[in-house]
Design a protein around this ligand. Structure first.
Ligand code: GLC
Length: 545
């Protein structure tokens, strides 16, 4: 059996990041314990029993480090401290202990591409040309010519405009791939690099089980600072300079591998630690393959599903590309939603069939070959509310309204039907979705047909089935139109997954054999013969007898 990134310090038969299910928490929005309207660590600790009851194996927490919250935590001002709005380091220690007591791993989001402009490192760096941290960020002289200072090259910021910000004190530009309040670190500076490695070490020593590394393929920029070539695109996003360039020089640079190896060595010195890298703005899985392997990242966080329309052929194509590109020692990782996109329940059409559709989506995510990453709230088919423009607070959501909205993925978790959905006793930092009256955890807990209980059953089935966890994947319909069917097989077990994406019956061919239904959205007893007729939005999982 391929090692699939196990190491001598781990149990190769069961690794949480490969065999388990990872659940993403956006800590601001899970549960508020002190009535300030913002979720916090004590609130999260209070929900650990619920989270454990889902059957998930690991919790990834979006950033909780100290931050002025311009990018809601993705702008860190102290890597070794916790933002007071979330709690203290003692709360974090309690979280680790309480999570571990329930068999849950904790994955921290580490944002090492950039800091906040309020980080003491940046304050020092920008104070002069000669301070000890002068070279810890990416500083460049202006390009020659012009009256006003001209940016050193054409690199753009993902969040709009140039990636270069003029700084009067230094009389130079600094680079920021995201907001101007998020200056990019200079990974080519040995001291900065060592300090960043130390932050990983610091949290490993406090007991975290792994990291989700934010924009991990952007750490290095071209050493010669060459312009990116222009590209032509009909994509409406090409209104932004970022989408009018081929990004040859500002990310995906070869120097990355040495950093991944160094981080991996830090993790491998301890048992069962995992590295999940967010590969940013790259959808080509052949690029992922370069970053995965026994001495690099364990998983590449792959948001491709989040960009797919609700068509079986779109998802099947994404899976086929990953299956072809990722070799034996690489492992796919899929998600349907996260904090950067409107939730999939809404993206896939919402409306009266939202719950039915979300069960089909869940059955797919939790039975594919690869690690499933769930986003808090998807287990109750929580939709993204329609926020008015004046309700938006995230800078890119405000800037790109109505084309791009992240706030609608970040509204508070819907626990019950009460005012503020049981999230806070105060004023929630983002509006609570009106759907909470009907769509909430309390309402779904005792309903055997709820989306919540379907997620639980799927996770249990996956846990109990070697074929669903580790088996090969074989699609059964070459060009699926309405339904997707596939096999997951090991030497000892064959499972068949049948998913009807639409609101009409679909008949699909069945491979030979006797099939027993192990889980279905539809109660009817199936006895498939040469064909199987799926009811509208049916998801059924069979095992060959
Ligand atoms: C990642 C995060 C996103 C953040 C950005 C900058 O893409 O998912 O929320 O704004 O990095 O850190």
């Amino acid at each position: 059996m391929p090692t699939l990134n196990s190491n001598s310090n781990s149990n190769p038969n069961s690794l949480w990041w490969r065999d388990g299910v990872i659940y993403q928490i956006y800590p601001r929005s899970l549960a508020d314990s002190n009535g300030d309207g913002v979720g916090d660590l004590p609130g999260l600790i209070g929900k650990l029993d619920y989270l454990a009851s889902l059957g998930v194996d690991a919790l990834w927490l979006s950033p909780i480090n100290k931050s002025p919250m311009r990018d809601f935590g993705y702008d860190v001002s102290d890597y070794e401290d916790i933002a007071p709005v979330f709690g203290s380091r003692a709360d974090f220690d309690t979280l680790i202990a309480e999570a571990h007591r329930r068999g849950l791993k904790i994955v921290m989001d580490l944002v090492l591409n950039h800091t906040s402009d309020e980080h003491s490192w940046f304050r020092e760096s920008r104070s002069s040309h000669s301070n000890p941290k002068a070279d810890w960020y990416i500083w460049r002289d202006p390009a020659p010519g012009g009256n006003a200072p001209k940016p050193p090259n054409n690199w753009a910021s993902v969040f709009g405009g140039s990636a270069w910000e003029w700084d009067e004190t230094r009389g130079q530009f600094y680079h920021h791939m995201f907001l101007k309040e998020q200056p990019d670190l200079n990974w080519r500076n040995a001291e900065a690099r060592a300090a960043l490695m130390n932050t990983a070490k610091f949290w490993l020593e406090r007991g975290v089980d792994g990291f989700r590394l934010d924009v991990v393929n952007a750490y290095f920029k071209d050493a010669l600072f060459r312009d990116n070539p222009a590209s032509f695109s009909l994509d409406p996003r090409a209104a932004l300079p970022w989408f009018r360039q081929r990004h040859l020089h500002d990310y995906d640079q070869p120097d990355l591998h040495s950093v991944y190896r160094e981080l991996r060595q830090l993790l491998d010195a301890r048992p069962e630690r995992g590295l999940i890298g967010e590969i940013f703005m790259t959808e080509d899985p052949r690029v992922f393959a370069r970053y995965l392997g026994d001495d690099q990242l364990h998983l590449v966080y792959d948001p491709a599903f989040a960009a797919q329309p609700w068509l079986p052929r779109s998802f099947q194509r994404i899976v086929a590309e990953r299956e072809a590109a990722l070799g034996a020692d690489a492992w796919p990782c899929y998600c349907l939603s996260n904090h950067d996109w409107p939730r999939h329940v809404t993206r896939h059409g919402g409306g009266p069939f939202a719950a039915a559709r979300s069960k089909v989506a869940a059955a797919m995510l939790l039975t594919l070959r690869g690690t499933p990453l769930l986003y808090m709230g998807e287990e109750i088919a929580m939709p993204s509310p329609n926020l008015a423009r004046h309700e938006l607070i995230d800078p890119p959501s405000k800037r790109f309204w109505p084309f791009y909205n992240r706030d609608c993925a970040r509204t508070p978790m819907q626990w019950d039907e009460s005012l503020n959905a049981g999230f806070t006793t105060g004023k929630p930092w983002l509006p609570v979705g009106a759907s909470h009256k009907k769509i909430n955890v309390a309402a779904q807990t005792d309903d055997p047909n709820s989306v919540l209980n379907f997620y639980r059953a799927l996770i249990q089935l996956r846990k109990a089935s070697p074929a669903l966890r580790r088996g090969s994947y074989r699609p059964l319909i070459e060009r699926p139109v309405a339904a997707m069917t596939y096999l997951r097989e090991t030497d000892s077990q064959t499972m068949l997954v049948a998913l009807n994406f639409f609101g009409h019956d679909v008949t699909v061919p069945m491979p030979p054999g006797q099939w027993a239904c192990r889980l279905s959205t539809h109660a009817a007893e199936h006895a498939p013969g040469e064909t199987l007729t799926l009811a509208p939005f049916e998801a059924s999982i069979f095992e060959r007898r």
